[in-house]
Design a protein around this ligand. Structure first.
Ligand SMILES: [Mg+2]
Length: 433
């Protein structure tokens, strides 16, 4: 009995069966996955090598909570589909990979696709002899204004931290404060010195209390405005950790302090509350770093329910979908604010920066200041000074990797391979991270 047609597999194709019009152009020879952790954070970087000597590209595929799954997706599923393809056809390759699992999207597959997508844009820029921002239409601005993270155990410590940033020339500062006796998001330090997370992600080991947190915010921003004045832009990240009605209360309570934006007021699962939130407050809203499917953004953009779109580029599949989201946002008055923490590789930060420079509706860029080791490992890591992130003039993404150095910094041992420990209420109930 012949097999039903729907389970019959097609033979693997190393190149399209049609004349792809790319005769004589460079083709993908290899897709190599590089794992490294210069700052203890598990990075995944893709290097696409071509059949043209010396021509290669780099992409960020960092999903630091599930890096091994991304590595498998790349090596076992995506690489076999693109070896032999011409490097020029980025849109076709993206579209093909996106549907090749039938069930689409998700952070594992999107990160794997991002590694390939960014590397192909890097190669395209090198072929054109242009920095990527030039290839995307040219620079709209000299450099990208960034925001940095200030935190402390009380408002005075946060003020001191913010002042140090202001003295360095930073103009936009996200401020987070510890809640006495409770867990906190975004505050450096913490109770567990063995916590493998970077300081800004470190979780206190005691319970999370959403209402104590909500009550701590107005006094924090009252203090910061009184002491720092109006000459600095302040931001805050709720990190989706409170019930929707509490988020609405926080937004209203913080209105007098003129925040630049309030980030992640609601979890993606609570998107339905955005119209209610929007009707209650004029505080600028930033949302989106947890979305993994472009369709998740549409209602918020179309409904003019947010002011800044947060995108973790590699989590949606790279530059190809991100530039389309930016263009859509432009027509709805929504500005960009790409996710830029330490669990985006320097390659990913470079991709953020090229879009920041090229899109008219840029808002702000979240900054992570890499240390000397990471900068040595990734020559061309975007420079941050005068409160801004600066690109170089090199073609493509303008960044490289020292693979020998990267190999000397393997992933740290971790019982969960990088997965986050849970955040819990006092009664043990698991909360959103
Ligand atoms: Mg956030």
């Amino acid at each position: 009995m012949p097999e039903p047609e729907f389970i019959a597999e097609s033979p693997p194709l190393l190149a399209p069966p049609w004349d792809d019009g790319n005769a004589g152009k460079p083709r993908i020879r290899d897709v190599r996955v590089i794992r490294t952790a210069p700052e203890g954070i598990r990075l995944v970087v893709v290097k696409i090598e071509t059949d043209e000597p010396g021509l290669y590209g780099l992409g960020c595929a960092t999903f630091t909570q599930r890096p091994l799954a991304v590595v498998t997706a790349l090596e076992e599923y995506l690489k076999p589909q693109i070896v032999g393809r011409a490097v020029h056809d980025i849109e076709d390759i993206w579209s093909m990979l996106a549907v090749s699992s039938y069930w689409r999207s998700g952070p594992v597959l999107n990160n794997a696709m991002s590694g390939i997508d960014m590397a192909l844009w890097d190669i395209k820029g090198k072929l054109a002899g242009m920095p990527l921002y030039d290839l995307l239409g040219g620079r709209c601005r000299t450099a990208a204004t960034v925001y940095v993270h200030a935190s402390g155990d009380n408002p005075i410590e946060v003020e001191d931290h913010a002042r140090r940033f202001m003295e360095e020339g930073f103009t936009h500062i996200r401020c987070q404060v510890a809640v006495a006796g409770a867990a906190t998001y975004g505050v450096a330090g913490g109770l567990d010195s063995d916590d493998p997370h970077p300081a800004h992600l470190r979780l206190r080991q005691d319970a999370w209390d959403p209402h104590a947190y909500a009550r701590a915010l107005p006094p924090l921003f009252e203090h910061l405005r009184l002491t720092l004045g109006d000459g600095v832009e302040l931001l805050h990240d709720i990190h989706e950790r409170v019930p929707p009605i509490t988020a609405i209360g926080i937004a209203r309570a913080l209105e007098p302090y003129q925040l630049y934006f309030l980030e992640d007021p609601l979890a993606p699962e609570d998107n339905g509350y955005f119209p209610l939130l929007r009707q209650q407050t004029s505080i600028p809203l930033a949302m989106g770093e947890l979305y993994v499917n472009v369709n998740e953004y549409l209602p918020l953009i179309q409904g003019r329910l947010i002011d800044f779109i947060r995108v973790h580029l590699s989590d949606i599949g790279g530059i190809t979908p991100a530039r389309k989201i930016a263009a859509l946002c432009e027509f709805f008055g929504v500005r960009t604010a790409w996710h830029g923490p330490g669990d985006v590789s320097p390659v990913g930060h470079a991709a953020n920066l090229h879009l920041d420079l090229a899109v008219p509706n840029f808002g702000i860029q979240e900054a992570h200041r890499f240390g000397d080791l990471a900068q040595e490992m990734f020559p061309g890591t975007p420079d941050i000074h005068e409160g801004m992130m600066w690109a170089n003039e090199l073609p493509g993404l303008g960044i490289d990797i020292d693979e020998a150095l990267a190999a000397r910094y393997p992933y740290p041992d971790h019982p969960l391979n990088g997965a986050w420990p849970p955040v819990r209420l006092a009664d043990g109930t698991v909360q959103r991270p």
